[in-house]
Design a protein around this ligand. Structure first.
Ligand code: SF4
Length: 261
Protein backbone atom coordinates (compact mmCIF):
# COMPACT_ATOMS: atom_id res chain seq x y z
CA UNK A 1 0.00 0.00 0.00
CA UNK A 2 3.00 2.33 0.27
CA UNK A 3 2.56 3.70 -3.25
CA UNK A 4 -1.07 4.51 -2.37
CA UNK A 5 -0.05 6.83 0.47
CA UNK A 6 0.75 10.50 -0.08
CA UNK A 7 4.47 11.26 -0.17
CA UNK A 8 4.44 15.06 -0.15
CA UNK A 9 8.24 15.30 -0.41
CA UNK A 10 8.05 13.72 -3.88
CA UNK A 11 5.10 15.84 -5.04
CA UNK A 12 4.82 19.52 -5.95
CA UNK A 13 1.93 20.50 -3.66
CA UNK A 14 -0.63 19.62 -6.32
CA UNK A 15 -3.39 19.49 -3.70
CA UNK A 16 -2.69 23.14 -2.81
CA UNK A 17 -3.14 24.24 -6.42
CA UNK A 18 -5.27 21.87 -8.51
CA UNK A 19 -8.62 21.84 -6.62
CA UNK A 20 -10.96 24.79 -6.18
CA UNK A 21 -11.83 25.87 -2.61
CA UNK A 22 -15.11 27.45 -1.56
CA UNK A 23 -15.48 29.33 1.71
CA UNK A 24 -16.94 26.89 4.21
CA UNK A 25 -16.16 25.26 7.53
CA UNK A 26 -13.31 23.50 5.70
CA UNK A 27 -11.73 26.46 3.92
CA UNK A 28 -11.33 30.07 4.99
CA UNK A 29 -11.02 31.33 1.42
CA UNK A 30 -12.36 30.94 -2.11
CA UNK A 31 -9.79 29.73 -4.61
CA UNK A 32 -10.33 28.76 -8.26
CA UNK A 33 -8.99 25.43 -9.55
CA UNK A 34 -5.44 25.61 -10.86
CA UNK A 35 -4.51 28.67 -8.79
CA UNK A 36 -1.97 28.29 -5.95
CA UNK A 37 -3.30 28.77 -2.43
CA UNK A 38 -1.94 32.08 -1.07
CA UNK A 39 -0.43 30.17 1.87
CA UNK A 40 1.78 28.08 -0.41
CA UNK A 41 5.46 29.03 -0.18
CA UNK A 42 7.99 29.07 -3.05
CA UNK A 43 9.56 25.83 -1.80
CA UNK A 44 6.15 24.05 -1.94
CA UNK A 45 5.73 24.07 1.85
CA UNK A 46 2.60 25.37 3.53
CA UNK A 47 3.18 28.64 5.37
CA UNK A 48 0.49 27.87 7.95
CA UNK A 49 1.04 24.14 8.32
CA UNK A 50 1.05 24.24 12.13
CA UNK A 51 -2.10 26.39 12.34
CA UNK A 52 -4.37 24.94 9.66
CA UNK A 53 -7.39 24.20 11.87
CA UNK A 54 -7.33 27.42 13.94
CA UNK A 55 -7.04 29.45 10.71
CA UNK A 56 -10.03 27.73 9.08
CA UNK A 57 -8.23 25.28 6.77
CA UNK A 58 -9.47 22.04 8.33
CA UNK A 59 -10.11 20.72 4.81
CA UNK A 60 -6.35 20.58 4.23
CA UNK A 61 -5.93 18.23 7.22
CA UNK A 62 -8.60 15.90 5.81
CA UNK A 63 -7.40 15.60 2.21
CA UNK A 64 -5.54 12.52 0.97
CA UNK A 65 -4.33 12.04 -2.62
CA UNK A 66 -3.79 8.27 -2.18
CA UNK A 67 -0.31 8.69 -3.63
CA UNK A 68 -1.53 10.24 -6.89
CA UNK A 69 0.53 13.41 -6.31
CA UNK A 70 3.94 11.79 -6.37
CA UNK A 71 2.87 9.45 -9.15
CA UNK A 72 1.86 12.39 -11.34
CA UNK A 73 5.04 14.36 -10.70
CA UNK A 74 7.60 11.56 -10.57
CA UNK A 75 6.27 8.96 -12.99
CA UNK A 76 4.12 10.80 -15.51
CA UNK A 77 6.11 14.04 -15.66
CA UNK A 78 9.59 12.66 -14.86
CA UNK A 79 10.10 14.73 -11.72
CA UNK A 80 8.75 17.99 -13.16
CA UNK A 81 5.98 20.01 -11.53
CA UNK A 82 3.42 22.59 -12.60
CA UNK A 83 5.90 25.47 -12.24
CA UNK A 84 8.52 23.96 -14.54
CA UNK A 85 9.16 25.21 -18.08
CA UNK A 86 7.56 23.15 -20.79
CA UNK A 87 4.92 21.66 -18.50
CA UNK A 88 1.29 22.29 -19.36
CA UNK A 89 0.00 22.94 -15.83
CA UNK A 90 -3.66 22.48 -16.79
CA UNK A 91 -2.90 19.13 -18.34
CA UNK A 92 -0.89 18.07 -15.28
CA UNK A 93 -3.77 18.98 -12.95
CA UNK A 94 -6.18 16.97 -15.11
CA UNK A 95 -3.85 13.96 -14.96
CA UNK A 96 -3.62 14.34 -11.18
CA UNK A 97 -7.43 14.39 -10.92
CA UNK A 98 -7.77 11.14 -12.87
CA UNK A 99 -4.96 9.39 -11.01
CA UNK A 100 -6.30 10.50 -7.66
CA UNK A 101 -9.65 8.91 -8.50
CA UNK A 102 -7.98 5.71 -9.71
CA UNK A 103 -5.64 5.47 -6.72
CA UNK A 104 -8.60 5.70 -4.35
CA UNK A 105 -10.14 2.74 -6.19
CA UNK A 106 -6.83 0.86 -5.96
CA UNK A 107 -6.79 1.48 -2.21
CA UNK A 108 -10.24 -0.06 -1.84
CA UNK A 109 -9.32 -3.00 -4.10
CA UNK A 110 -6.25 -3.67 -1.94
CA UNK A 111 -8.60 -4.10 1.00
CA UNK A 112 -10.67 -6.60 -0.99
CA UNK A 113 -7.51 -8.59 -1.75
CA UNK A 114 -6.73 -8.75 1.97
CA UNK A 115 -10.09 -10.32 2.81
CA UNK A 116 -10.00 -14.14 2.52
CA UNK A 117 -13.80 -14.28 2.64
CA UNK A 118 -13.84 -12.36 -0.67
CA UNK A 119 -11.71 -14.84 -2.62
CA UNK A 120 -14.53 -15.17 -5.17
CA UNK A 121 -13.82 -11.65 -6.44
CA UNK A 122 -10.04 -11.60 -5.99
CA UNK A 123 -9.35 -12.27 -9.67
CA UNK A 124 -11.55 -9.31 -10.66
CA UNK A 125 -9.92 -7.11 -8.01
CA UNK A 126 -6.45 -8.05 -9.27
CA UNK A 127 -7.42 -7.33 -12.89
CA UNK A 128 -8.78 -3.89 -11.99
CA UNK A 129 -5.71 -3.09 -9.89
CA UNK A 130 -3.45 -4.05 -12.76
CA UNK A 131 -5.48 -1.88 -15.16
CA UNK A 132 -5.07 1.08 -12.81
CA UNK A 133 -1.35 0.49 -12.52
CA UNK A 134 -0.96 0.40 -16.30
CA UNK A 135 -2.88 3.67 -16.71
CA UNK A 136 -0.32 5.41 -14.46
CA UNK A 137 2.42 4.51 -16.94
CA UNK A 138 0.67 6.03 -19.96
CA UNK A 139 1.04 9.47 -21.54
CA UNK A 140 -0.79 12.49 -20.07
CA UNK A 141 -3.26 12.51 -22.99
CA UNK A 142 -4.07 8.84 -22.52
CA UNK A 143 -4.54 9.29 -18.78
CA UNK A 144 -6.83 12.26 -19.33
CA UNK A 145 -9.04 10.20 -21.61
CA UNK A 146 -9.65 7.46 -19.01
CA UNK A 147 -13.32 6.91 -18.23
CA UNK A 148 -13.24 7.32 -14.45
CA UNK A 149 -16.98 6.76 -14.10
CA UNK A 150 -16.64 3.37 -15.78
CA UNK A 151 -13.72 2.41 -13.52
CA UNK A 152 -15.77 3.44 -10.49
CA UNK A 153 -18.77 1.41 -11.65
CA UNK A 154 -16.72 -1.75 -12.25
CA UNK A 155 -14.86 -1.37 -8.94
CA UNK A 156 -18.14 -0.63 -7.19
CA UNK A 157 -19.54 -3.98 -8.35
CA UNK A 158 -16.54 -5.80 -6.83
CA UNK A 159 -16.87 -3.87 -3.57
CA UNK A 160 -20.60 -4.59 -3.35
CA UNK A 161 -20.07 -8.31 -3.82
CA UNK A 162 -17.24 -8.23 -1.27
CA UNK A 163 -19.55 -6.60 1.25
CA UNK A 164 -22.11 -9.37 0.71
CA UNK A 165 -19.49 -12.09 1.08
CA UNK A 166 -17.98 -10.64 4.25
CA UNK A 167 -21.15 -9.60 6.07
CA UNK A 168 -22.53 -13.11 6.30
CA UNK A 169 -25.06 -11.99 8.90
CA UNK A 170 -26.06 -8.60 7.47
CA UNK A 171 -27.05 -5.92 9.93
CA UNK A 172 -29.23 -2.90 9.24
CA UNK A 173 -29.54 -1.67 5.66
CA UNK A 174 -28.86 2.05 5.94
CA UNK A 175 -27.44 2.62 2.48
CA UNK A 176 -27.55 6.30 1.52
CA UNK A 177 -29.75 7.14 4.50
CA UNK A 178 -29.64 10.63 6.05
CA UNK A 179 -28.40 10.00 9.59
CA UNK A 180 -27.10 13.51 10.25
CA UNK A 181 -26.63 14.14 13.96
CA UNK A 182 -28.08 10.75 14.94
CA UNK A 183 -27.00 9.01 18.16
CA UNK A 184 -26.29 5.25 17.99
CA UNK A 185 -25.92 2.62 20.71
CA UNK A 186 -22.93 0.32 21.07
CA UNK A 187 -24.30 -2.57 18.98
CA UNK A 188 -26.66 -0.75 16.60
CA UNK A 189 -24.34 -0.81 13.61
CA UNK A 190 -22.57 -4.17 13.70
CA UNK A 191 -22.43 -5.61 10.14
CA UNK A 192 -24.70 -2.78 8.96
CA UNK A 193 -24.54 -1.38 5.44
CA UNK A 194 -23.83 2.34 5.78
CA UNK A 195 -22.44 2.81 2.28
CA UNK A 196 -23.17 6.31 1.05
CA UNK A 197 -24.91 7.20 4.33
CA UNK A 198 -24.80 10.76 5.62
CA UNK A 199 -23.37 10.64 9.12
CA UNK A 200 -22.36 14.28 9.49
CA UNK A 201 -22.14 15.16 13.17
CA UNK A 202 -23.51 11.74 14.14
CA UNK A 203 -22.68 10.37 17.57
CA UNK A 204 -20.97 7.00 17.23
CA UNK A 205 -19.12 7.17 20.54
CA UNK A 206 -18.34 3.68 21.81
CA UNK A 207 -20.07 1.98 18.86
CA UNK A 208 -18.79 -1.35 17.56
CA UNK A 209 -18.66 -1.09 13.77
CA UNK A 210 -17.72 -4.71 13.27
CA UNK A 211 -17.70 -5.51 9.52
CA UNK A 212 -19.79 -2.40 8.96
CA UNK A 213 -19.74 -1.28 5.31
CA UNK A 214 -18.69 2.38 5.29
CA UNK A 215 -18.03 2.77 1.57
CA UNK A 216 -18.37 6.45 0.73
CA UNK A 217 -20.15 7.28 3.99
CA UNK A 218 -19.88 10.95 4.89
CA UNK A 219 -18.24 11.01 8.33
CA UNK A 220 -17.54 14.73 8.58
CA UNK A 221 -17.73 15.82 12.20
CA UNK A 222 -18.95 12.36 13.21
CA UNK A 223 -17.80 11.50 16.75
CA UNK A 224 -16.13 8.08 16.81
CA UNK A 225 -14.43 8.48 20.18
CA UNK A 226 -13.98 5.06 21.76
CA UNK A 227 -15.59 3.37 18.73
CA UNK A 228 -14.26 0.13 17.27
CA UNK A 229 -13.66 0.64 13.56
CA UNK A 230 -10.91 -1.97 13.38
CA UNK A 231 -12.86 -4.28 11.05
CA UNK A 232 -15.03 -1.69 9.29
CA UNK A 233 -15.13 -2.16 5.52
CA UNK A 234 -13.92 0.33 2.92
CA UNK A 235 -12.94 3.03 5.39
CA UNK A 236 -10.42 5.50 3.93
CA UNK A 237 -8.00 7.93 5.52
CA UNK A 238 -10.10 10.84 4.19
CA UNK A 239 -13.15 9.61 6.11
CA UNK A 240 -11.13 9.04 9.28
CA UNK A 241 -9.50 12.47 9.02
CA UNK A 242 -12.91 14.10 8.64
CA UNK A 243 -14.31 12.41 11.75
CA UNK A 244 -13.54 13.21 15.32
CA UNK A 245 -12.02 10.49 17.48
CA UNK A 246 -9.69 9.89 20.38
CA UNK A 247 -6.95 7.61 21.67
CA UNK A 248 -9.53 4.88 22.35
CA UNK A 249 -10.85 4.74 18.77
CA UNK A 250 -9.74 1.44 17.21
CA UNK A 251 -8.79 1.80 13.52
CA UNK A 252 -7.93 -0.77 10.85
CA UNK A 253 -4.17 -1.35 10.70
CA UNK A 254 -3.89 0.22 7.23
CA UNK A 255 -5.10 3.61 8.50
CA UNK A 256 -3.29 6.20 10.59
CA UNK A 257 -4.60 8.06 13.61
CA UNK A 258 -5.08 11.71 12.57
CA UNK A 259 -2.78 14.12 14.45
CA UNK A 260 -5.74 16.36 15.35
CA UNK A 261 -7.54 13.62 17.33
S1 SF4 B 1 -3.47 26.22 3.56
FE1 SF4 B 1 -1.50 25.19 3.29
S2 SF4 B 1 -2.00 23.00 3.04
FE2 SF4 B 1 -3.89 24.16 2.71
S3 SF4 B 1 -3.97 24.48 0.50
FE3 SF4 B 1 -2.99 26.28 1.39
S4 SF4 B 1 -0.79 25.86 1.26
FE4 SF4 B 1 -1.86 23.91 0.98
Amino acid sequence: LSELRADCARCASLCCVAPAFAVSSDFAIDKPAGVPCPNLLEDFRCGVHDRLRPLGFAGCTVYDCFGAGQRTVQEVYGGRGWRDDGVDAGELFDVFGVLRGLHELAWLLAEVLGLPQAVEVHADARALTSEIDIVGRRSPDEIRSVDLADARARTGAVLRRTSELVRTTPGRDLRGVDLVGRRFGRDDLRTADLSGALLLGADLRGCVLQLTDLLGADLRGCDVSGADLSTALFLTQVQVNAASGDADTALPGRLQRPPHW
